[in-house]
Design a protein around this ligand. Structure first.
Ligand SMILES: Nc1ncnc2c1ncn2[C@@H]1O[C@H](COP(=O)(O)OP(=O)(O)OP(=O)(O)O)[C@@H](O)[C@H]1O
Ligand SMILES: [Mg+2]
Length: 208
């Protein structure tokens, strides 16, 4: 059995996932001394990055929610087969910026597809594989909006209304209650360094 760990970072738009992934990746590869594969969804492979551009493109006509869900899982199937499973099999830790909890939150909650369709796809595409640890960065939707505004460029999800992100946030919070052994919530309102400290300590306590 490989002791390699699979960690995912989750949370609604602009909460600081990518910022924290970079910092955590440095800590895992540096002070924790683990070989690490840092990746993201949708994306992580050439096919996945192409699917990502379709999903985030703002000039295409609106997409059916089920199409969106299936594209996410198509990219995920490729990601698992090309990147995630090979890395774990080679005893590398995997840190992924968003994973299947995002499908529950965005397509299940935000788009209103519910959890059942997603659960079927999760079992089909992942079999038994689930992250060892998922950290959800939780932040007031209005504060997250302000962070995105400062960043400039927007994508197809950034343009959704406040209500959409409120639903996304609520699903994340619900899933943390449902899977307390796997999911930990971190308050993302603090400074980048403080959030990083909290994230790093959770990884140390739970996985080392
Ligand atoms: N703790 C923080 N306090 C203040 N600003 C922050 C904090 N964390 C990140 N930011 C800033 O907020 C913006 C969004 O951060 P980041 O891109 O990491 O979020 P994200 O969750 O990856 O967003 P997305 O969902 O769009 O991928 C960036 O400009 C980043 O520098
Ligand atoms: Mg990001």
């Amino acid at each position: 059995m490989s002791s390699a760990k699979f960690i995912t970072l989750e949370g609604s738009e602009g909460v600081g996932k990518s910022t924290q992934c970079t910092l955590l990746a440095n800590a895992i590869a540096g002070e924790f001394g683990q070989s690490l594969c840092l990746t993201r969804e949708p994306g992580g492979t050439a096919l996945g990055e192409s699917v990502r551009s379709i999903l985030l493109e703002t000039t295409l006509p609106p997409m059916d929610a089920m199409t969106e869900l299936l594209l996410m899982f198509a990219a995920r199937a490729e990601h698992l087969s090309e990147v995630i499973r090979p890395a774990l099999n080679a005893a590398q830790w995997v840190l992924c910026d968003r994973f299947t909890d995002a499908s529950y939150a965005y397509q299940g909650g935000g788009r209103g597809l519910g959890a059942d369709a997603i659960s079927i796809l999760e079992n089909l595409v992942q079999n038994e594989l689930r992250p060892d640890l998922t950290i959800i960065l939780d932040l007031d939707v209005d504060i997250a909006f302000r962070r995105i505004e400062n960043r400039g460029q927007t994508d197809r999800f950034d343009r959704e209304k406040r209500e959409f992100f409120e639903k996304v946030r609520q699903v994340y919070l619900r899933r943390a209650k449902q899977f307390p052994d796997r999911i930990v919530i971190v308050d993302a309102a603090a400074s980048i360094e403080e959030v990083h400290g909290a994230v790093r300590e959770i990884v140390r306590k739970r996985l080392l």
